[in-house]
Ligand binder design. Structure first.
Ligand code: ZN
Length: 704
C-alpha cells in the first residue's frame, strides 16, 4: 500500500484542514475504505459560540465519504460531555444518538458517525478507523487472532467481534489504556484503528499496518490456487454481454414482482429493481472457480458491507452442460435463476424465523448480488448509483476472500451476528429516514431522437422524476452530452447516451442490449425520432418519400418491436409513448411524405395497443404541433418550405402557428414532455390506445 502523504501538500495545514487532507488520502485508496466506509477524527481546542476555549473532537459526519469530505462534514463534539459516558454500564444506540445531539458544537450540523464513541473514548488526538481489505483478510480466517499476532506481535490489540456501539467502544478504549505500547487495534471481522500524536503519525500507522498485512498475505499465498482450480470456463467478452442482456430482463422481472410461470398475476406491490452487469476479471475468476459456490455463502466480510450486499448472494448454478449462448443455454440459465431464487427465499425464511425476536419488520428476501458462472455478476437495488455501490463492495468482498483463503481459511460473521447487523434497529431507523422515492424511481426509459428538441426535454423531464434514461440519437455525441448533463443534475449513472439509428435493425438491437446490460431492463419507451420533408406530391422525389417512411414509420416499428420483445420477457408491463403529429388528423399541404409516414406510425401504435394490452403494456400517442424550439426537425429548408406552403413570410411562421391555435400559444418541447411523462407514469395506468394533442388547440385536429 502506498503512502500518499506529501509534506509539501500538508505544510501550512493544521487542525481540521489537516484532518481533511489526511481523510482524503485515506479515502483515495479503495483498499482502505469504499463508499462512505471508515472514519477519522481529531481532538483539539476550539472556541465555542461565546468564545470559551473547549476541548472538542471533530469526527466524520454520518453519510459523508472520506474521498471527497469537506471541513463542514466533520461535526464538533464537546469532549467533556462525551467522556463522562464511559462511566456508564450500558447505552443503547438510540440513547447514544440522542445524547450526541446535545454535545454538538453547532446545532444542526450533520449527525456524527455511528462510531463516534470509539473515537471519543480512545485517548489519542488523531485516530483513523478503516474497514481495510488487508486487515479483514487477516481477521476473517479460522485463526484470525493468531495471524494478527504473527504480523504485529505486541504492537496490536486484538478485540473479538462485537456489533459496533457503546460496549465495543468502551472495550477498545480500556484495552488501549491497558496496553500503552500498542500501536493499533485489530477488530475481528471489522477493521483497524490507528492513532498518533500528529495527523501524519496516525496516517503513517494506517499505511504501515496495512502494508505489513498485505505482505503477510502474499507470503502465505505463494504457490496456492486460492479459489481452487477453475471449474467452469468463462465466455468471451461479447458473449458474456450478450448472455447478460438476454438474462437480465427476465431476472429483473422476477425480482420486481413478476410471478413464475403458472404462478398468477405479477405482484404490483413489489418495488422494482434496477440491475447492473459486471464482468471484472476477479468476478469471472471467482464465479468460475471450484470454491466460489461454497465460499460466497460464508457471508459478508464486515458489517459495513452487509448493509449493501445483504447476507448472501445468489449463486446461479446447476446449468445444463450446453452452450450458454444458444437458446437452450439461455433457457437453462433462466430455469436455474428461477429455482435459485426460490431456494434463496426459502433459506431467508428459515434465517429470519430462527433469529427474529418478534420486534423486527421482515425485510424482503431478494439477493442484491447474483453470480453467474462463466458470465459475471448482476447487482440489484433501487437505482443505478446503488447497484454500482453493491458491485464495488462485492469486488472488495472477493478481494477479502482471496486474501483470507491465501492466509488460511475464510470465515465471515456468524449467521446470528449477520442477523443482528441486518436488523440493527439503528440501520432500520436510518432506512425509515430516507426521503420518499420519486414517481419514476426504479424505472428505466429509452428515448429515441433525444439529443435535442422534444426527445431531450422528455429525457430531462423523466429523469427529474427519478427515472433512469437511455438517451439515444443518430447523433451519438449529442446523446452523450445530454446524458452527461442529466447525470450531473440527477446523480451518478442515471443516464446513458447511445448512438442509435432507428432505421437500422442491428443498431436498434444493440441499443436495447446496452440498456439491458446497464440497467437490467426497461419500463418506458418514448419513440420520438423523426424527420420532416416538405414538398408537393407531384414534385416529391421517390428517395425523399422512402426516407420519410424509413425514419417516421419503419423507425418506430423497429424500436417498438424490440421494446415489446424485451417487455414481454420481463413480464411486469410497460408503457410506450409515440410522438406523432397534429398532421395525422389534420394534414397540411406539401407535407405528404411526412404526414403519410406519421399516419403509419399512429396506426402501428394503435395495433400495438391491441396486441400488448394482455401483457399489461400500454401504448399511447402524443400529437404535438409546431414545436420549433431547438428542434432539428425544423431545419432551415423545412421552415422555408412550410412558410411557402402556408403563404406566410418565413420570419412570421412561428407566429402563424401560434395565431392558428385556439389558445394562441407557442407550443414548447417541455409541453410535449409533460404529456409524455403522464402517459409514461402510472397516473395513466388505465389508459391505452389514446391520443393526446399538445397543439394549443387545433379544431381540425381534435381526435375522433
Ligand atoms: Zn467500523
Amino acid at each position: 500500500m502506498h503512502n500518499l502523504w506529501r509534506d509539501e501538500e500538508a505544510r501550512g495545514l493544521s487542525g481540521i484542514d489537516l484532518l481533511v487532507y489526511r481523510s482524503r488520502l485515506i479515502g483515495r485508496d479503495t483498499g482502505l475504505v469504499v463508499w462512505g466506509g471508515g472514519n477519522t477524527s481529531i481532538k483539539h481546542q476550539e472556541s465555542d459560540f461565546r468564545g470559551r476555549r473547549l476541548r472538542v473532537m471533530r469526527v466524520k459526519g454520518s453519510g459523508s465519504d472520506l474521498k471527497t469530505i469537506r471541513a463542514e462534514q466533520f461535526p464538533g463534539i464537546r469532549l467533556d460531555d462525551l467522556e463522562t459516558l464511559e462511566q456508564r454500564d450500558s447505552m443503547t444506540d438510540e440513547e447514544m444518538v440522542a445524547y450526541l445531539v446535545h454535545c454538538l458544537m453547532e446545532p444542526g450540523s450533520s449527525r456524527p458517525s455511528i462510531e463516534t464513541l470509539l473515537h471519543g473514548f480512545v485517548p489519542h488526538p488523531h485516530i483513523d478507523h478503516t474497514h481495510a481489505d488487508a486487515i479483514l483478510a487477516l481477521t476473517n480466517t479460522l485463526d484470525g487472532r493468531k495471524h494478527a499476532e504473527a504480523v504485529y506481535g505486541q504492537e496490536t490489540i486484538w478485540i473479538p467481534y462485537r456489533r459496533p456501539g457503546f460496549t465495543l467502544s468502551r472495550e477498545v478504549a480500556q484495552a488501549v489504556r491497558n496496553h500503552p505500547k500498542a500501536r493499533c487495534v485489530v477488530l475481528e471481522k471489522h477493521g483497524l484503528i490507528t492513532w498518533g500524536q500528529t495527523a501524519k503519525e496516525s496516517y503513517d500507522a494506517t499505511i504501515e499496518m496495512n502494508t505489513r498485512a498485505e505482505q503477510y498475505a502474499r507470503d502465505r499465498a505463494k504457490g496456492k490456487a486460492v479459489f481452487g482450480p477453475p471449474a467452469r470456463p468463462a465466455l468471451p467478452g461479447s458473449g458474456r454481454r450478450a448472455v447478460a442482456a438476454r438474462i437480465a430482463p427476465y431476472l429483473r422481472g422476477l425480482l420486481s414482482g413478476r410471478a413464475l410461470e403458472g404462478g398468477g398475476e405479477p405482484n404490483a406491490e413489489t418495488a422494482r429493481v434496477v440491475l447492473r452487469f459486471d464482468d471484472g476479471d476477479d468476478v469471472l475468476e471467482f464465479t468460475s472457480s471450484e470454491a466460489g459456490p461454497q465460499l460466497c455463502l460464508a457471508g459478508p466480510a464486515t458489517p459495513d458491507h452487509l448493509l449493501y450486499t445483504r447476507p448472501r448472494p445468489l449463486f446461479v448454478d446447476g446449468q445444463a452442460p450446453v452452450d450458454l449462448e444458444s437458446p437452450e443455454g439461455i433457457a437453462a440459465l433462466k430455469e436455474a435463476i428461477a429455482k435459485g431464487l426460490q431456494k434463496h427465499a426459502a433459506w431467508y425464511d428459515l434465517y429470519f424465523k430462527k433469529h427474529a425476536t418478534g420486534k423486527e419488520p421482515r425485510l424482503d428476501a431478494l439477493p442484491r448480488v447474483i453470480l453467474l458462472p462463466g458470465v459475471g455478476m448482476l447487482t440489484a437495488w433501487k437505482d443505478a448509483r446503488h447497484t454500482r455501490i453493491v458491485a464495488d463492495i462485492y469486488h472488495h468482498t472477493i478481494g477479502v476472500m482471496r486474501g483470507a483463503q491465501g492466509i488460511g481459511e475464510y470465515r465471515s460473521l456468524t449467521v446470528k451476528d449477520t442477523f443482528e447487523v441486518e436488523y440493527w434497529p439503528l440501520e432500520l431507523y436510518k432506512l425509515g429516514l430516507a426521503p420518499p422515492e420519486k414517481e419514476l424511481a426504479r424505472r428505466i426509459a429509452l428515448i429515441s431522437g433525444a439529443a435535442n428538441g422534444i426527445g431531450r426535454a422528455t429525457a430531462r423531464r423523466l429523469a427529474a422524476e427519478g427515472c433512469h434514461v437511455v438517451v439515444t440519437d443518430l447523433d451519438g455525441e449529442g446523446a452523450q452530452t445530454v446524458a452527461r448533463e442529466i447525470c450531473e443534475a440527477q446523480g451518478l449513472d442515471r443516464a446513458l447516451g447511445l448512438r442509435m439509428d432507428v432505421t437500422d435493425e442491428s443498431s436498434v438491437a444493440s441499443a436495447f442490449q446496452e440498456t439491458a446490460v446497464a440497467y437490467g431492463g426497461l419500463d418506458i419507451v418514448v419513440s420520438n425520432a423523426g424527420m420532416a420533408h416538405s414538398s408537393p406530391i407531384d414534385r416529391l422525389d421517390l428517395e425523399d418519400w422512402r426516407r420519410s417512411l424509413e425514419v417516421n414509420a419503419t423507425g418506430h416499428f423497429l424500436v417498438a418491436r424490440a421494446a415489446l420483445r424485451l417487455l414481454k420477457e420481463q413480464g411486469i408491463g410497460g408503457s410506450l409513448v409515440f410522438i406523432a403529429s397534429k398532421n395525422v388528423p389534420a394534414p397540411g399541404r406539401d407535407f405528404g411524405a411526412y404526414s403519410a409516414a406519421k399516419a403509419a406510425e399512429t396506426q402501428l401504435a394503435r395495433v400495438l395497443a391491441i396486441e400488448a394490452g394482455e401483457h399489461g403494456i400500454r401504448v399511447n400517442i402524443v400529437n404535438p404541433d409546431a414545436v420549433f424550439q431547438d428542434s432539428r426537425l425544423w431545419s432551415g429548408a423545412v421552415r422555408e418550405e412550410r412558410a411557402r406552403a402556408h403563404g406566410v413570410p418565413v420570419e412570421d411562421l412561428e407566429d402563424f402557428y401560434r395565431r392558428r391555435n385556439l389558445l394562441k400559444v407557442r407550443v414548447l418541447a417541455e409541453d410535449v414532455a409533460e404529456a409524455a411523462l403522464w402517459l409514461a407514469s402510472d397516473r395513466s395506468a388505465k389508459t391505452t390506445g389514446c391520443i393526446i394533442p399538445v397543439d394549443g388547440g387545433v379544431r381540425e385536429a381534435f381526435p375522433r
